[in-house]
Ligand binder design. Structure first.
Ligand SMILES: [Zn+2]
Length: 190
């Protein structure tokens, strides 16, 4: 998808010199993980569970020391106690739209004159709600506040994915026509 390598495009402009070589290579900064709430735990194996997070992503957790040490995974009761607690989601930091996210609403189309003031100020989608900034004409920079702290530009055919609950604002700087779609993952298992 066109939105898959924004982290390389943004603050990845850091240049470092690899040891022993006389040239500079771009070093992308890793996307920060985002803390999400565990909604459910499903057992996959005696030493592995899948967590359903409130962002809509699954997270696999295994107890296979020394590589991966999470002894609580072995115990059903300890797993159940994790529900409602937070755990870091790497995919949210990478702004990966969850596989089963479905659009359920779309705003009217706006241009550089009709952008609602609320979109120019820092705002967020609600828990579990993803946004997709779709540009029909021109381009529209979208700035994420920390923890993401990146600017990404939406263009025709290159929508920007907006993870739930992360503050962001649009920064029109020329003619543009765009809309925002809202998506979520329907949870049908307990
Ligand atoms: Zn996530």
């Amino acid at each position: 998808m066109p939105d898959s390598s924004p982290n390389l495009a943004w603050s990845g402009a850091v240049l470092r010199e690899p040891q022993g070589r006389g040239r500079l290579l771009p070093v992308p900064e890793p996307a920060p993980p985002i803390a999400r709430v565990i909604e459910a735990v499903r057992r996959e194996a005696a030493d592995a569970v899948v967590l359903r997070l409130d962002c809509g992503h699954p997270r696999h957790v295994r107890h296979r020391p020394p590589l991966s040490s999470h002894p609580w995974v072995l115990d059903d009761e300890a797993c159940a106690q994790r529900v409602g607690h937070r755990i870091e989601c790497l995919r949210c930091g990478q702004r990966q739209l969850p596989e089963h996210a479905e659009p359920y609403r779309r705003t009217a189309e706006f241009d550089e004159h009709t952008v609602p003031a609320g979109l120019r100020r820092a705002h967020t989608t609600k828990r579990g709600v993803w946004g997709r900034l779709v540009v029909e004409r021109g381009e529209l920079p979208l700035c994420f506040d920390p923890p993401l702290a990146i600017e990404v530009v939406a263009r025709p055919g290159e929508p920007v994915i907006i993870p739930p609950e992360l503050p962001h604002s649009v920064r029109p700087r020329g003619p543009v026509r765009f809309a925002v779609e809202f998506l979520r993952v329907r949870s049908d298992d307990g």
